[in-house]
Write a protein of this length. Structure first.
Length: 755
């Protein structure tokens, strides 16, 4: 906590200990008073608090003798209470008593760190009122540090603990916490830099303090199944769940699967789910899909807006960043000069991310203290350029290459893929040779981590992911790359990842890159993939490119099919079509069949002979069915037998998995009573019919599929969930007490008061 929070804490603790109300006063009056109360027995009592945990006792006593003792003599109280965050020995207390004699008459009126902890133990309700203190308490910290976490969850936990000290409790925190408690999920939205992730982090911190296990979701929702435990208190966390463009989230049904998980969490009293998304991306979803409307996503949404921050909220954010940021005193003086802190808090471009940037001591090495206010003013007036000087002048060409690669990969990439891409780029440009390129990469990464890049190790798998140190780096770099077709082509050719292709597609959807530039780059990527036989090394990448080149109607003219077909035939084997490759292969083959490419019918038939046995999931069976339907326009020997195998495999898949699909898609969520049994069966029938694609099951086959559903168990689970009321709001959150009659400007002056 900062010094003002420490003062408020001491006042609350002494209010409890003394059984009185402790008052504060306006800034500029009664200097040397952090709290005051009056009793008939003790008369006028003054409280002074000094949060100097990092200073020495000698520094403390020097200030007390030089200035504080004179203030006490001038005030002439009946009794004086002094509190500090420093640990104090008996000898230390005697020295302080001597400084303030005769106003301190007892060691009980000298409160050191140990005494503060004792008072917190005695008056535990005070700790709960001071929210950040509760978050930082030993019990909560113990739960955070001893959670069974792996990978990104561990990295996120460490980031949350570090960020908590700068966090400012605003009305948004209490409102989002209330929504999360009531409906079990909250989708935090807002534009870049407003504090979405910061709010989400501290909501997660709150629930870990309530003994919830933190589970961070990365890109694949299937990982939830590996950690989701019925009856266990778990907090699921999914940052930027729709990515940068909603249209990309539609591929693979991420939107519907997330909504299914939200519904599942709402029925589970032991689960909470926190998601974040940029407002523009979520709004895309509302325009392009009925899912968000039908599933009432608005009920879970909580938008963070800069306009909802009060002037005092903004000042508190600035104050905490100064207090904990580690910038030199000479820089702090410039913020205090002419009350510039008022100018910053009231600026039209105020943004928490921007405040973090201008108070980052690592970025001030080339800024003189007397030029600091000019530096701040320029950043406030041109917030989009906060990274301009760093990117243009403070880093070398190799670091720029690495940043560009990470940005075009969507903001994160495995270290192995990044090293490969760096090698490809550096060798192509001639800036390195095979003997030294690895050393260049290692040195570049070592120098960039902590300033422009981050590096996270998954201790279970041993894999390392490289990301951007601050999300605003992507916002700065991406528009510059999007305007440079040569740079886009060069870096994307070096990357060779499916994520980079998806991210590039989002540039077209967001109209950041022209259609002509987009088509030219995709064409160049496809030719490189074919010429260098990249498909065998990176099959997922090959199928993503093939899907762009032939399944996307806009791109079908990019490549001559006779050049592509031989490589396609080579790639149509089981080992090179795993995962999403199978679905994409189906769509590519279906598209090429419509284009009447000569060798495709036989390739498709050979593909189907093994793909039917590999298919796993309704979506894959649907794509296979569409391919078979298109093949029926061609006279092809062996197709009837393949069609029979497909029907048999699809029926077996439905028989084995129907209950899972029914539960996940909430088909029977309204099934509670025995009288609804007939309706429940019909709902299940309609669902099977809707999702069986072009394959129409007979009534007998549907009955056989329905045998795989335990309707009684589902009915019982729904009844049990309906009886589980929502818990009461779990922990109070209160603002620090500030004199109600002060104007906003006076409150800010009070906050920044140095007396």
């Amino acid at each position: 906590m900062n010094d003002k929070e420490f003062e408020a804490l001491i006042n609350d603790l002494l209010s409890k200990r003394e059984g009185v109300r402790v008052d504060r006063y306006k800034p500029g009056k009664d200097k040397g008073i952090d709290g005051r109360f009056f009793t008939t027995s003790s008369g006028d009592v003054i409280i002074q608090s000094k949060h100097w945990a990092s200073s020495s006792f000698a520094d403390l006593t020097r200030i007390l003798r030089k200035s504080e003792a004179k203030k006490v003599i001038a005030l002439n109280p009946t009794r004086y209470i002094f509190a500090t965050s420093q640990p104090l020995s008996k000898a230390n207390k005697k020295e302080i008593r001597d400084i303030f004699a005769p106003y301190i008459s007892s060691d009980e009126d000298i409160i050191g760190k140990e005494n503060v902890n004792d008072l917190l133990d005695e008056f535990s309700e005070v700790e709960r009122r001071h929210y950040k203190l509760w978050l930082a308490s030993s019990n909560v910290l113990h739960r955070m540090l001893n959670s069974a976490l792996t990978g990104r969850s561990e990295a996120k936990r460490d980031a949350i603990i570090e960020a908590a000290k700068r966090y400012v409790i605003t009305e948004a925190h209490g409102a989002a916490l209330k929504k999360l408690n009531e409906v079990h999920s909250v989708v935090i939205t807002g534009e870049a830099g407003v504090g979405k992730t910061t709010l989400a982090d501290q909501l997660a911190h709150h629930y870990v303090g309530l003994e919830y296990e933190l589970c961070v979701i990365e890109d694949d929702l299937s990982e939830v199944e590996a950690v989701y435990e019925s009856g266990k208190k778990q907090l699921l966390y999914y940052d930027d769940f729709l990515g940068r463009n909603y249209l990309l989230a539609i591929e693979g049904r991420k939107d519907s699967r997330v909504l299914d998980l939200i519904d599942r969490v709402e029925r589970d009293k032991n689960k909470r789910f926190i998601l974040t998304s940029r407002s523009t991306v979520l709004n895309q979803g509302k325009v392009w899909s009925d899912l968000f409307e039908n599933r009432k996503i608005d009920r879970k949404e909580f938008e963070v807006k800069i306009s909802s921050l009060s002037l005092l909220d903004k000042a508190n954010i600035l104050y905490n960043h100064i207090w904990f940021g580690g910038i030199g005193e000479e820089f702090v003086d410039e913020i205090y000069r002419n009350k510039h802190y008022q100018d910053i808090a009231g600026h039209k471009n105020f943004n928490p991310r921007l405040i973090s940037f201008i108070t980052d001591s690592d970025r001030l090495s080339e800024v003189a203290p007397d030029a600091y206010w000019e530096y701040i003013s320029l950043k406030l007036e041109n917030p989009q350029d906060v990274w301009s000087d760093v990117y243009s002048r403070q880093i070398d060409d190799f670091t720029r290459v690495v940043i560009n690669l990470v940005v075009l990969n969507g903001g994160s990439i495995s270290e192995i893929d990044l090293a490969d891409a760096f090698r490809d780029s550096a060798l192509r440009d001639g800036t390195a040779n095979p003997s030294n390129v690895a050393d260049h990469f290692a040195r570049t990464l070592r120098g960039a981590v902590g300033s422009t890049l981050s590096r996270n190790l998954n201790p279970r798998s041993g894999t390392v992911t490289v990301g951007l140190f601050n999300p605003s780096i992507l916002d700065f770099v991406l528009p510059r790359l999007a305007d440079d077709r040569h740079a886009l082509s060069t870096f994307l050719q070096a990357l060779k990842t499916t994520r980079s292709i998806d991210n590039f597609s989002s540039l077209l959807a967001d109209k950041r890159v022209s259609k002509d530039a987009y088509l030219a780059v995709v064409r160049e990527l496809c030719y490189k993939c074919l010429n260098f036989k990249i498909g065998s090394q990176k099959p997922s990448y090959f199928w993503r490119l093939a899907h762009l080149a032939f399944a996307d109607a806009m791109c079908r003219v990019l490549l001559p099919t006779e050049k592509f077909a031989p490589e396609l035939r080579h790639m149509l084997v089981s080992d090179l079509c795993s995962g999403s490759g199978l679905e994409m292969a189906c769509e590519v083959l279906t598209s090429l069949l419509k284009m009447k490419v000569e060798i495709i019918p036989s390739c498709s038939l050979n593909f189907l002979t093994w793909a039917i046995d590999k298919a796993d999931g309704v979506a894959e069976f649907e794509k296979l069915g569409v391919l078979i339907q298109e093949l029926e326009h061609v006279s092809l020997e062996g197709l009837p037998e393949v069609n029979l195998r497909y029907r048999k495999a699809t029926l077996e898949h439905w028989e084995e998995n129907v209950e899972h699909y029914i539960i996940e898609d909430n088909v029977l969520i309204s099934f509670f009573s025995d009288e609804q049994y007939g309706d429940a069966v019909n709902w299940a029938r309609e669902y099977i019919d809707l999702h069986s694609g072009n394959l129409s099951f007979t009534d007998e086959e549907v009955d056989k599929i329905l045998d795989g559903i335990d309707f009684t168990q589902i009915q019982y689970s729904n009844q049990e969930a309906s009886y589980e009321g929502h818990e009461n709001f779990e922990r109070p959150m209160q603002h620090l007490k500030v004199e109600a009659l002060l104007s906003p400007q006076d409150r800010i002056d009070d906050l920044f008061d140095r007396s």
